[in-house]
Design a protein around this ligand. Structure first.
Ligand code: FNR
Length: 221
């Protein structure tokens, strides 16, 4: 069964947009994103690796939204979300939150109709020299993504003391942590693969808080 699952992945049935939300040369988040790309490829996924400068947008201003205007960076991100089955962001933590450029880009992309985040899967990761690995910033990033209907994977990965965590080949020095990283990614890949190829029977559920069922509500149920 496990073998079948891996084979399905190896056939390239799921594709992942991966990028780091840092514009910095030598970014530790970009290093983590590259490692994620390597692990996804090793486990049979197709990788679409992007850099944040491709998605950079001017400061959001509703007055610019004339004649259905969307900045090029926002158009690019929308196209890449739609072209892949899921996306993975490695985001630095700035002052306990996500980078402003990332939130700004999300706000621009949220203005497309249909709204492209809806029902797309995402995995969040972070790297920081601190002991918490930038994890708090990921909780702030969950809020707009979940608000927009993204299926944000529950397990997030935050790399603490990241400035000294990588070996010369770009892998993680700590082998226990390297396995946790790979397990996190493979768990996400399996969910995306299952969601794409084996959708459950969908059932609309309507809840009438405090109401007794009557003919009308029974009919809806
Ligand atoms: C930081 N940094 C940081 N780190 C952290 O763990 N928690 C934080 O709240 C902050 N806040 C913060 C604010 C600002 C303005 C800067 C510039 C930096 C440090 C940050 O994690 C570190 O610079 C990383 O190396 C940034 O990620 P990249 O660019 O290396 O991917």
């Amino acid at each position: 069964m496990m073998e079948d699952q891996q084979n399905t992945n190896q056939q390239g049935h799921t594709s992942f947009l991966i990028f780091s939300a840092s514009l910095r040369d030598n970014s530790i988040n970009t290093r983590l994103a590259k490692l994620a790309a390597q692990v996804i490829g090793k486990n049979g996924g197709t990788v679409d690796f992007a850099i944040m400068s491709e998605f950079d947008c001017p400061s959001f201003n509703q007055d610019l939204e004339v004649d259905n205007y969307h900045p090029e960076g926002a158009q690019e991100f929308r196209n890449r979300i739609l072209a892949n089955d899921a996306f993975i962001i490695a985001a630095p933590e700035y002052n306990g939150s996500m980078p402003g450029i990332l939130k700004n880009m999300i706000d621009w992309v949220s203005r497309f109709r249909p709204q492209p985040f809806h029902q797309h899967h995402a995995l969040l990761m972070s790297a920081s020299p601190s002991m918490a690995g930038g994890n708090r910033g990921l909780w702030s990033l969950r809020i707009p993504l979940e608000h927009l209907g993204t299926r944000v994977y529950p397990d997030m990965f935050s790399l603490a003391t990241a400035h000294e965590a990588f070996d010369e080949d770009g892998g993680l020095k700590d082998k226990t942590l390297a396995k946790r990283f790979e397990d996190n990614l493979v768990g996400f890949m399996n969910l995306v693969e299952a969601s794409k190829h084996y959708p459950c029977i969908k059932k609309a559920w309507v809840e009438f808080l405090g109401e007794k069922t009557d003919k009308e509500t029974e009919r809806v149920e």
